[in-house]
Design a binder for this molecule. Structure first.
Ligand code: CUK
Ligand code: CUA
Length: 663
C-alpha cells in the first residue's frame, strides 16, 4: 500500500523533513537491511514516505525518556488490563485481574487467591473474564490517577485496581446476573461505580422463555465506592430493576447532568430467539422496531429511595423495584434509533451522543431539554412496565450523518467530537454545536475530517477524552480486525490499536502507529496524563501485604526467619534477598499442612524475587518489601528444589533451596 500524502505535516516535522531532504520521496515498501547512518538514506532504503518519517519522529521515545500519556486498555478475553505508553505504544504492564497470571504470581499466593476467589460464582472458580470497560477514578469529573475499575461481561463482575501499585485489590460478583456490559463508569467523584446489564435473565433461579416478559429482568447496578478504604462496599450498593430489554452501554452524567446516568438498550422487542424452532433469530427479532429506549436514570433520587428503605432484598442484595423507579421519577425512557450502541456525554454534560449500529446518524440529546420535558410531562406514552417515555422531538438537539456504523464518541478541548465508524473502518471528526461552536467559531454539528483505520473499529480513546477536561492530542482506534496489517501468524490474528495524531485542530488527523494486541479483544481504554499517576517505587515498608495495603501479619525481618511445627502444620517465615533465601532447607512429613511466608527484604527499586516450587504448581513474584504466602498440603513425597524465578543478580541461579518431604 502506497502512502505519498503530505497531509498532516506539522511545522516541526516539516523542518525535520527538510533537514533530511525527504520531500518527494516515494514509498516503495522494501525493507532490506540498512547499514547507513544517514537518515535520508535509511528512509529511502526502507521505502518510507514523508508521512512515515513524520509518524516515526512523533512516536519514537528515546531510551530513558517517558511517554506523556498512559493508556489503560481492557485485555479482553485474557481477563487482564493492559498498560500502554503513548505516543510510543509500548506495552508497560499487564495487570492480572480476573485470570491467574504466573509472572506476577497473581492467583498463586494465598493472598491473591483470596482476591480472585471473591469473584467465584456460587463457589465455582472462574479463571477467565471478558474484560470490557476500564474506568479511572475521578475527582470533580477529572481523572485523579488513584484507582481503576473494570468490568467482566461473561460473569458480571467488577474489579478494583489500586494505582499505587497497579494491582487488583477487590473483585465483586454481581449476585443478580451473569451478564453485564455497560460497565464500568464512575460518577464524577467516584461515589458510584456503574455496572450496566446486558442479556436479561431472572434475578433468581429458572424461568422458561415463554415467561420472558414477566420473569426476566434487566438491571443496572450501582456499586458504592469507599475511597478511603479503596473498596466497593456491597452492603451499600444496589441494583435498579429494569425491563428485560438488553441494556447496553452507559455513561455517567457530568457537570450540568451530574447525578444522572444514561444507558442504551436494544431488543426492546423482547425477542427470545429460537431459530431452530422457526422463530426469527435474535439478530432479526431484536431489530424489528425502529426505536429502542435510551434509559435516563436519576441516580441521586434512586440513592435517596434506597436510603429511605424502598428496596427489596434479593440474594442479599438491595434492589430498587421497577414500579418504584417508574412512579418516583427515577427512570424515564427516550426513543433512540434502533440497535444503538454507544452513549457518550459531552464534557459540559449537556449533550448525549447516541450512535446506532444500523443508522448512519448520531442522535444528539440535550440534557436541558430532557429536564424541561420531564418537568412539563412531555410524554409520548409509557412502556409495558409503566415507565414514562419522553417525546423524542422535545429532547433531541439534532441528528448528524457521520458515516456507516457509528459506535462510540469521545471529545477534545477544541470543540470536536470523534466517533468510531465500525462498518466504514474510519474515525470521523465533527464539531459540537451550542456554546462549543460559538467559542471556536465553527459551523455546529458538522463533519470536518475522516481518517481510515484498519479495520472494523470498535471503541476509540482520546487522551482524557471522556472526562470534563479532555486533552485531545492523541486518539487510539481500537480495531477488531487487522487482516493484512501484520505478518501472517496463522488464522487467529491480533487486534490492532492504531495511534492517531489529533493535535492540530486546523489540520487533518494523521495515522501514526499500529500496535498488535495478541491476547484478547480489548473493548475500551482510557488515556490519562502520565504525571497524574504517582505509583510507589517499592512497597512502603518491609513486610507489606499488597492485597490489604498494610503490614502483613507474617512480615519477617532478617534474623526473624524460622520454621515452626504445630501438630501437622508446619509454618515457615522466610526472607529473600540477593542472592539467597533464608532458610534454605525446609523439611516436612508427607501429609503436613504447609504455610510458607516469604518476605522480600530488599529496598532497591526493581529488586524483585520470584519463588517457584516445582511439582506443587507455585510461582510467586515478591516485589521489594512484599510478603507473600503459599499454603498447601505436602501430599507428594520427594525432594523439590525451590528457586528464584527472577534473574535478580549474578548469583541468581544459586538463589535456591531444598524442600524435602519425607514419606
Ligand atoms: S463494547 Cu466492544 S466495541 Cu463492549 Cu464498549 Cu462497543
Ligand atoms: Cu532472586 Cu533470582
Amino acid at each position: 500500500m502506497k502512502r505519498h500524502t503530505l497531509r498532516g505535516l506539522t511545522g516541526l516535522a516539516l523542518v525535520a523533513l527538510l533537514l533530511i531532504g525527504l520531500i518527494g520521496c516515494q514509498g516503495g515498501g522494501q525493507t532490506g537491511a540498512v547499514v547507513s547512518e544517514d537518515p535520508m538514506e535509511i528512509a529511502r532504503a526502507r521505502g518510507l514516505s514523508p508521512a512515515d518519517v513524520v509518524a516515526a519522529v512523533k512516536t519514537y521515545q528515546p531510551t530513558g525518556t517517558y511517554d506523556e500519556y498512559i493508556m489503560f486498555a481492557s485485555g479482553g478475553h485474557s481477563g487482564q488490563v493492559l498498560v500502554i505508553g503513548i505516543p510510543s505504544m509500548r506495552l508497560l504492564k499487564v495487570i492480572g485481574v480476573f485470570t491467574p497470571e504466573p509472572w506476577q504470581g497473581w492467583g498463586f499466593s494465598k493472598e491473591t487467591k483470596e482476591v480472585l476467589a471473591q469473584g467465584n460464582y456460587d463457589g465455582k472458580e472462574l479463571t477467565w473474564g471478558d474484560v470490557h470497560h476500564p474506568a479511572l477514578s475521578e475527582t470533580n469529573g477529572d481523572y485523579d490517577g488513584q484507582f481503576l475499575f473494570v468490568n467482566e461481561k461473561a460473569n458480571s463482575r467488577v474489579a478494583v485496581i489500586d494505582l499505587r501499585d497497579f494491582e487488583t485489590k477487590q473483585i465483586v460478583k454481581n449476585p443478580l446476573s451473569l451478564s453485564d456490559h455497560g460497565g464500568t463508569f464512575v460518577t464524577p467523584n467516584t461515589e458510584w461505580v456503574i455496572e450496566g446489564g446486558q442479556y436479561a435473565a431472572p434475578f433468581e433461579g429458572y424461568a422458561p422463555l415463554d415467561q420472558y416478559k414477566e420473569k426476566y429482568r434487566g438491571l443496572v447496578t450501582f456499586w458504592k465506592f469507599d475511597r478511603e478504604r479503596g473498596r466497593i462496599i456491597p452492603e451499600q450498593s444496589f441494583a435498579l430493576e429494569l425491563p428485560p430489554y438488553w441494556q447496553d452501554l452507559c455513561d455517567a452524567g457530568k457537570q450540568v447532568s451530574e447525578g444522572w446516568v444514561f444507558c442504551n438498550s436494544f431488543n426492546t422487542e423482547m425477542a427470545t430467539g429460537g431459530v431452530e424452532k422457526g422463530n426469527p433469530p435474535f439478530e432479526a427479532g431484536a431489530s424489528q422496531r425502529d426505536m429502542d429506549y435510551l434509559h435516563l436514570i436519576n441516580l441521586r433520587k434512586a440513592a435517596e429511595l434506597v436510603e429511605a428503605g424502598r428496596t427489596r432484598t434479593i440474594k442479599g442484595f438491595k434492589v430498587l423495584p421497577l414500579d418504584v423507579a417508574a412512579a418516583e421519577g427515577v427512570l424515564y425512557f427516550v426513543p433512540e434509533p434502533k440497535s444503538p450502541h454507544g452513549v457518550d456525554v459531552s464534557p459540559d454534560g449537556n449533550y448525549l451522543v447516541v450512535s446506532g449500529k444500523l443508522d448512519p446518524h448520531a442522535t444528539i440529546y440535550n440534557f436541558q431539554k430532557i429536564q424541561d420535558a420531564i418537568a412539563n410531562e412531555r410524554f409520548s406514552g409509557r412502556d409495558d412496565y409503566g415507565v414514562p417515555i419522553l417525546d423524542f422531538d422535545a429532547v433531541v438537539e439534532t441528528q448528524i450523518e457521520l458515516g456507516l456504523g457509528p459506535l462510540h464518541t469521545q471529545f477534545d478541548p477544541n470543540g470536536y467530537a470523534y466517533t468510531s465508524l465500525f462498518l466504514e473502518s474510519a474515525v470521523v471528526r465533527w464539531t459540537l454545536g451550542g456554546p462549543w461552536a460559538e467559542k471556536h467559531g465553527r459551523d455546529p454539528w458538522t463533519v470536518v475530517d475522516k481518517v481510515s483505520v484498519h479495520y472494523n473499529i470498535g471503541h476509540l480513546a482520546v487522551a482524557e477524552g471522556d472526562n470534563v477536561n479532555p486533552d485531545g492530542r492523541y486518539l487510539v482506534a481500537m480495531n477488531k480486525w487487522s487482516v493484512d496489517r501484520f505478518a501472517n501468524v496463522g488464522p487467529l490474528l491480533p487486534q490492532n490499536f492504531q495511534l492517531v495524531d489529533i493535535g492540530n485542530p486546523n489540520g487533518p488527523m494523521q495515522l501514526l502507529y499500529d500496535m498488535p494486541i495478541a491476547l484478547g479483544e480489548p473493548h475500551y481504554a482510557q488515556i490519562i496524563k502520565a504525571d497524574k499517576l504517582q505509583p510507589w517505587e517499592v512497597y512502603p515498608e518491609v513486610g507489606w501485604d499488597p492485597t490489604t495495603q498494610s503490614r502483613h501479619p507474617a512480615a519477617t525481618r532478617p534474623g526473624e526467619e524460622r520454621i515452626e511445627r504445630r501438630g501437622n502444620t508446619v509454618e515457615i517465615w522466610m526472607t529473600a534477598t540477593r542472592s539467597h533465601f533464608t532458610p534454605e532447607h525446609v523439611e516436612v512429613r508427607k501429609g503436613d499442612r504447609v504455610i510458607w511466608h516469604i518476605t522480600n527484604i530488599e529496598r532497591a527499586r526493581d529488586a524483585t524475587h520470584g519463588f517457584a516450587l516445582p511439582g506443587y504448581n507455585f510461582n510467586l513474584s515478591i516485589e521489594p518489601g512484599e510478603t507473600a504466602t503459599i499454603e498447601f498440603v505436602a501430599d507428594r513425597d520427594g525432594v523439590f528444589a525451590f528457586y528464584c524465578t527472577e534473574f535478580c543478580s549474578a548469583l541468581h541461579l544459586e538463589m535456591a533451596g531444598y524442600f524435602l518431604v519425607r514419606p
